[in-house]
Design a binder for this molecule. Structure first.
Ligand SMILES: Cc1cc2nc3c(=O)[nH]c(=O)nc-3n(C[C@H](O)[C@H](O)[C@H](O)COP(=O)(O)O)c2cc1C
Length: 188
């Protein structure tokens, strides 16, 4: 396996199941910016730090790294439309969306119940991404069953359990005397 080939590495890393977040900030002149990301993760509890990586090829890259902070919205099952909207490149991703500027001037998306408002803490250039670590300064909590991302697809936890159960059933079947011409089940 050629780990220096970006597509090969991307496919391999997609086996690592993550959640999905929509990250927003206020760009120049207060224009709202947003992105669907799966690089979001916790960094530290004391101080409370989180992080994610912004692609240097992003349409508004300069504004992301100039921003004083960002808001993390945890995406719930049933909100895959929100992921599609914020995965688009360029354009007004907020058109027709219910949102308002929060106390720190950054966009808060109404339909997201778990939100973390964060102040930029440190940035690290890392290859074709920049790592944006920020301190959590305000949180809103609510009921959420997080949407997951696995093998390049948004998935619910229930779907992943079903896929896992199906793959286990196939691997425990007795070996057929004649090899099937097509795989019984594609690898997850
Ligand atoms: C599941 C998923 C995860 C993503 N994760 C990231 C990420 O961690 N960082 C990033 O910069 N873009 C990520 N993207 C891409 C952005 O959502 C967006 O499509 C891309 O940056 C282009 O938008 P822009 O040019 O308007 O910034 C992800 C997209 C998807 C669908």
């Amino acid at each position: 396996m050629d780990h220096k080939d970006p597509q090969t590495l991307r496919r391999l890393l997609s086996r690592w199941t993550t959640g999905v977040a929509v990250i927003t900030t206020a760009g120049r002149d207060g224009v709202p910016l947003g992105k669907a990301v799966n690089s979001f993760h916790s960094v530290s509890l004391d101080p409370p730090l989180v992080g994610w990586c912004v692609d240097v090829r992003s349409t508004r890259y300069d504004e992301w790294v100039e921003a004083p902070g960002y808001v993390v919205h945890v995406v719930s099952e049933g909100q895959s439309d929100l992921v599609k909207r914020f995965a688009r490149s360029g354009g007004d991703k907020f058109d027709g969306l219910n949102w308002e500027p929060g106390p720190f001037g950054m966009p808060l998306i109404s339909e997201a119940s778990v939100r973390l408002e964060c102040q930029m803490w440190k940035q690290v250039e890392a290859g074709d991404h920049t790592y944006l670590i920020a301190e959590v300064i305000e949180v809103e909590d609510g009921p959420v069953s997080a949407l997951l991302f696995h093998a390049g697809q948004p998935r619910t936890l229930g779907e992943l359990v079903e896929l896992h159960t199906a793959s286990q059933a196939v691997t425990t079947l007795p070996r057929p005397s004649v090899a099937p011409t097509t795989p019984l089940l594609k690898a997850l």
